[in-house]
Each structure stands twice: as structure tokens, then as C-alpha cells.
Design a protein. Structure first.
Length: 319
């Protein structure tokens, strides 16, 4: 059975720059996928450029697929050998075409962790959140990008600790930007402090030994390391931060979550409405596992508009 595959490019600017220890991300580019089989069953997918993957290689692959009729086996084989972001786009489209959520029963995302802005603005934002939280008294999870300017960050993090009550969970994401010395300093600061949910990718993905040693002191979550060394998905004993859009075929993480496997946290790659349906759905399924936790959806960082609609047809037309 032949499948018609169509591809469209999209781009948008973030509402504010995402500054990490490795990159300054201002905008997003990618491709939308639309497939249909002879029975009229349709599916949509999204291919993200997040992570600075080899764009030339992706363009070559996508150009070879654009506006073609393909047999199912050809697509499934490609999913196994092509870059992970392409595997997500095609795998998600196939899953929907096969009937996933055919009754439009995509699950809604649970409450997200809050990604704080960089620098001194982080304290101002956190103080605003505390004021709101004083009324609701709900658990609040915050995330701060670190490893950018360690000397300034120390004062900011310590100030946040002074302000944080026991119902606040803290995630520090270094994107591999800390040295062992800096990471061990913070491990000692947070030793036996239940407010720390985890240190996220504190060391380079190449320093697996250091990551294991650090994880003996405090919770450590891997992110980039899982992309560079996929075998860690099966062997890492702690948290895994999974960004579905660059994680590969989403049918795999879908199965893991449906089985209730724990210590998987979902995170955004700043997607359109097509990709966000998957991130939201998987985040909701994560709440049913043995270790529910807030997803990292970075509310307030993407713009509004039809490109971010829950209706894939509207997203496709807006691209």
C-alpha cells in the first residue's frame, strides 16, 4: 500500500531568547509532515531542528522524500537509520495514520515546571511565583539554566534557596557546562535537601564516570547524554529527560510510558501544535507511572497563533 508524503517548512521566533551554557536560541526551524494512505487515513508529524543536528544531511533526506508515494516498509526502514528527529516526525505521522487517538482523545498536559529566565531576572520571576503560590499552596517546580556564568549563578541559586519553601522543587540544568569541581560544589550544597529534584546534565556527556559518581550524592538527570549515547536509556539508574521531538520514533517512549516505566521526564523542544500534541499526551501518560513529575514545557516561551493550534490542519495551513 502506497503512502503519500508531503513536507512543509516552518519557522518562528521564541518570545525570549533561551540562553544555555552551549547556545543562545532565538528561533526555531523545522518541517511538518503530512501523510495519507489510499483509505484516506491521515497522520501528521513534525521534524525539529532543535539540538543543532546536521541540517545539510536532513535536507538531503527530506528532499528525497518530498511529495512522493512511498511503501510502508520504506518509511519504517528509514525510521531505523535516519536522524532521530526525522524518526520522530515519520513515526508520529504513522502512529496517527494507524489510528492513535483517532477519536481526538489526545490527553492534556499536566502542570508544567516553570523555566526561569537567565540572570537576575530569575529571582524577580521566582518572587512573583512565590506570591502566587502563597495562595494556591500547590507544589511548584522551577528550572534554571546554569553553567553560563558560574560565579554570578552562585548568588542567584543561593538566593532562590533562601526564598524556596519545602513545597518547591528545583531543577538546575547545566547542559553539560559544569566542571566536576562546580558540580560537586552544588552536590554538597544540596546534599540531603529534598527541594532538589535533580541536577540536569551537569557534566559533559563524555564524562560518564563523573556523572555516575555525582549520582551517588544527589539525583542526576541525563538529557543530551541520552542522545549521544542511546545505550544509557537502558542502563542509567536515575532520571531521563526525554524530548520526544529529538528522541526518535515516539512509539518507543509511548510504549515505555504505557508500561508504567518510571524516571522518565518529558520536555519540550519548542514545537508547533503538531509536535506539542505528542509532548502533552506523553506528559499526561507519565503521570500514571511509578514516578510522576512535572513536565518541562517552558510555558510562555513560544508565541501564540494558528501554528500552535491543537488542530493539525490549522498548523499545516499556517506553516
Amino acid at each position: 500500500m502506497c503512502i503519500t508524503l508531503n513536507i512543509k517548512q516552518f519557522s518562528f521566533n521564541l518570545k525570549k531568547d533561551l540562553i544555555t551554557s552551549k547556545h543562545n536560541i532565538k528561533n526555531k526551524h523545522g518541517w511538518l509532515i503530512y501523510i495519507e494512505n489510499p483509505n484516506g487515513n491521515r497522520g501528521w508529524g513534525e521534524i525539529s531542528d532543535f539540538g543543532h543536528i546536521n541540517l545539510a544531511n536532513q535536507n538531503e533526506i527530506l528532499s528525497s522524500l518530498k511529495n512522493r508515494k512511498l511503501i510502508r516498509e520504506e518509511i519504517e526502514y528509514g525510521i531505523k537509520i535516519w536522524p532521530r528527529n526525522i524518526a520522530f516526525g515519520l513515526g508520529s505521522a504513522l502512529a496517527e495514520m494507524d489510528g492513535l487517538n483517532s477519536k481526538n482523545d489526545w490527553l492534556k498536559a499536566p502542570k508544567s515546571a516553570i523555566l526561569l529566565p537567565e540572570g537576575e531576572q530569575a529571582i524577580n520571576k521566582f518572587e512573583d511565583l512565590i506570591e502566587i503560590n502563597t495562595t494556591t499552596r500547590e507544589q511548584l517546580t522551577i528550572k534554571l539554566k546554569v553553567g553560563i556564568n558560574p560565579s554570578k549563578e552562585r548568588n542567584i541559586i543561593l538566593k532562590i534557596l533562601d526564598l524556596a519553601s519545602g513545597n518547591i522543587k528545583i531543577r538546575l540544568d547545566a547542559n553539560g557546562g559544569w566542571t566536576r569541581k562546580e558540580a560537586n560544589y552544588w552536590a554538597q550544597v544540596f546534599l540531603n535537601d529534598n527541594r532538589l529534584e535533580w541536577l540536569e546534565e551537569p557534566l559533559s556527556a563524555e564524562d560518564i564516570e563523573g556523572l555516575y559518581q555525582l549520582a551517588k550524592l544527589v539525583p542526576v538527570a541525563l538529557d543530551e547524554s541520552l542522545i549521544k549515547k542511546p545505550s544509557l536509556i537502558k542502563t542509567w539508574p536515575g532520571w531521563q529527560v526525554r524530548k520526544p521531538l529529538i528522541d526518535g520514533d515516539p512509539r518507543i517512549i509511548l510504549k515505555e510510558l504505557e508500561l508504567g516505566l518510571g524516571h522518565r521526564a518529558l520536555s519540550t523542544a519548542f514545537e508547533t501544535g503538531i509536535g506539542r500534541r505528542w509532548v502533552n499526551h506523553l506528559s499526561a501518560l507519565q503521570q500514571r507511572t511509578t514516578t510522576p513529575t512535572a513536565p518541562g514545557l517552558a510555558p510562555g516561551w513560544c508565541p501564540e497563533g494558528p501554528l500552535f493550534s491543537e488542530n493539525p490542519v490549522e498548523v499545516w495551513e499556517a506553516a
